[in-house]
Design a protein around this ligand. Structure first.
Ligand code: SF4
Length: 240
């Protein structure tokens, strides 16, 4: 049987080592064509937030609003996230928000563009951008919003409803947690169930806020070293 061709990834679009600031990464990602999604999304939607943000929030992919605006989490799910962060005691201006996949994947239904979940090949292709952001930020903690981000950064077997809310060790940062994506809350039609799911989401974020408050800048230093090593190996993947 013929060997499968290697999966193309964004690694070949990364700036040279030592030149991977968030601004340089963002500029380079704008020209990424490593997977077919560059042809369907309007533009690359890179992460945004302060360069020294202690908390990194990672979603799945930009939605319709984000694709048009060129900014992550500006649509209805982003607005719900903002509200939940505030209720959990997390200062949104001290977070960096991004997605596991930087282009919008969608299918046409009538006049609407409907979100379509990115596949594993697309997530793998896009991972060097996310890992580049992590290396540049060296965040204290990471919260994965939804299964796609959690499976990219925590474990392929991560199941949101079973594994959410746990603070876990990671080589990417001081700690990592997975929880539900706010867009999943918007899809719950029963008002009581939606309110209960939202309260649980705020509870997960509050646990992250509590951990963040306890984490000192000192404990983030080893994570920065590991992230730098990850960026240095060419693929950006951190060891372990
Ligand atoms: S989704 Fe990611 S890997 Fe695919 S073209 Fe866009 S930036 Fe590149």
């Amino acid at each position: 049987m013929a060997a499968r061709p290697p999966v193309d990834t964004a690694a070949r679009f990364l700036p040279p080592l030592g030149q991977r600031s968030l601004d340089r990464l963002r500029a380079a990602a704008a020209g990424c064509t490593a997977c077919p999604l560059h042809a369907t999304g309007t533009r690359t939607v890179f992460g945004e937030g302060p360069e020294r943000a202690p908390l990194l929030l990672v979603g799945e992919q930009p939605g319709d609003s984000e694709d048009l605006a060129g900014r992550p989490f500006v649509g209805p799910a982003g607005q719900l996230l903002d509200r939940a962060l505030a209720e959990a005691g997390i200062d949104r201006t001290r977070t960096y928000v991004t997605n596991a996949v930087k282009h919008f994947k969608w299918v046409q239904r009538g006049r609407r563009r409907i979100h379509e979940k990115p596949g594993r090949l697309e997530v793998t292709a896009c991972l060097p951008w996310l890992e580049g952001e992590i290396a540049a930020l060296a965040p204290v903690g990471i919260v994965c919003l939804g299964a796609t981000a959690a499976q990219a950064l925590i474990s392929r077997s991560f199941k949101v409803m079973a594994d959410r809310g746990e603070i876990l060790a990671t080589s990417y940062a001081g700690w990592i947690m997975g929880t539900i994506h706010p867009s999943a809350l918007l899809r719950i039609t029963d008002a009581d169930q939606r309110q209960a799911a939202y309260a649980r989401f705020v509870g997960d974020l509050a646990a992250a806020a509590h951990r963040l408050a306890r984490q000192s800048a000192h404990s983030a230093a080893p994570a920065r070293a590991q992230s730098t090593e990850a960026a240095a190996d060419g693929t950006g993947r951190a060891a372990g």
